[in-house]
Write a protein that binds this ligand. Structure first.
Ligand code: PLP
Ligand code: COI
Length: 361
């Protein structure tokens, strides 16, 4: 499979593009092009096409509109000080996209084909990659079921699409987010789709996010579906707890039980924190552990991590059972050190000793 290049012949004028890239927001502007690839059960994957960004037309009876058979990914291209552009661990996103596809009965896309579509779009739209620290081009691959008909069955047709948006900070790094631990709603249950990155997971999460906002909190924290006590994730990000301080600190993240999304940022931080000399572990952490830990001072910092925000401190937590604060409520030193180290690797200002950066241009 190849990517056939049929790029936009009337791209956004240079001055306007520069203004958009200078103040990108998140998901506010899209680049000049996108990639589309079609799959059918009869013929498999066809060549992808890089074409002008724009609306797509679908029959109202298309499967995805009715039964939500959809998956997506999120990754970033960073501009390095020498002007070059690198993707951060695109192979890991490709592998997760294939696992999500398998879970949602969608076709798996070959890893190299997936990465190639991203390389071609980033090469074509390289002028849209910002260069400030913390800014990047956020890349959104996704796949929808496109068989037309209302029968509930795995679609025999699928469309892969790839779009990109220049991205600034997702959260203000200087401010810790506040969280609402939801005891009413569940994000994922064993045997469900929690490990897959499918749109339906996010649709089902919005009412809890709304409840968090009603409680005056920025984000919702999910606990497990069975015992209703184990910490899983925060909104669309994984969580980390720092126990102790200084060189003896331990950096702990909830264990992947099958209901958490295995974040690529989470995985990278397991390595980065160990490289920085901290003891690192994956453990079961309960709501009581969280409350007792911050009250006793054993837990000194908490942060969330994901592609969009990279690392974001977590301050106050509130639930139906009370409210408590982490440290002084501000981002802690280990959180900021891990954030700066990971961002430094992504931006090419700190040595990439694990071969995570995938140079495109
Ligand atoms: N958890 C959920 C539910 C997510 O949506 C995401 C975002 O992609 C993450 C965790 C973080 O994953 P990653 O670090 O791969 O972006
Ligand atoms: C993340 O990158 O952390 C996300 O959850 C992406 C979000 C916009 C779905």
């Amino acid at each position: 499979m190849k990517v056939q290049l049929k790029p936009n012949q009337s791209p956004v004028p240079e001055a306007e593009r520069a203004a958009r890239v200078a103040a990108p927001g998140f998901g506010k502007y899209y680049t000049d092009n996108m990639v589309v690839a079609e799959w059918s059960e009869a013929e498999g994957w066809q060549d992808a096409e890089l074409i002008p960004y724009g609306p797509i037309s679908l029959d109202p009876a298309t499967a995805v509109f009715h039964y939500g058979q959809e998956i997506f990914e999120g990754l970033k291209a960073y501009r390095h000080p020498d002007g070059s552009i690198s993707l951060f661990r695109p192979d890991a996103n490709a592998a997760r996209f294939a696992r999500s596809a398998a879970r949602l009965a969608l076709p798996e896309m070959p890893i190299d084909f997936f990465v190639e579509t991203i390389e071609e779009l980033v090469k074509q739209d390289h002028n849209w990659v910002p260069s400030k620290l913390g800014e990047s081009l956020y890349i959104r691959p996704f796949m929808i079921a496109t068989e037309v008909g209302l029968g509930v069955r795995p679609s025999n047709k699928a469309t892969y699409l790839l779009i990109a948006t220049p991205a600034g900070a997702y959260f203000n790094a200087a401010v810790a987010v506040t969280v609402w631990i939801s005891t009413e709603y569940v994000r994922a249950a064993p045997g469900g789709t929690g490990e897959a990155k499918c749109g339906g997971n996010y649709a089902a999460s919005l009412v809890a996010q709304k409840q968090a906002a009603t409680q005056g909190c920025d984000q919702v924290v999910w606990i497990d579906a069975i015992e209703r006590k184990w910490i899983e994730e925060m909104g669309g990000m994984n969580l980390y707890f720092v126990k102790g301080s200084g060189a003896n600190a331990r950096v702990v993240t909830p264990k992947l039980t099958g209901t958490l999304l295995p974040g690529i940022t989470r995985d990278s931080i397991l390595t980065v924190a160990a490289d920085l000399g901290y003891a690192v572990s994956e453990e079961m952490i309960s709501v009581d552990d969280w409350r007792d830990g911050v009250l006793s001072g054993e837990i000194t910092e908490i942060f969330a991590c994901g592609t969009a925000a990279v690392v974001s401190a977590v301050g106050s937590a509130k639930s139906a059972h009370g409210e408590w604060k982490t440290g002084d409520g501000n981002p802690g030193p280990i959180t900021m050190q891990i954030r700066e180290t990971l961002l430094g690797i992504q931006h090419g200002t700190i040595a990439d000793t694990h071969g995570w950066n995938h140079k495109v241009l």
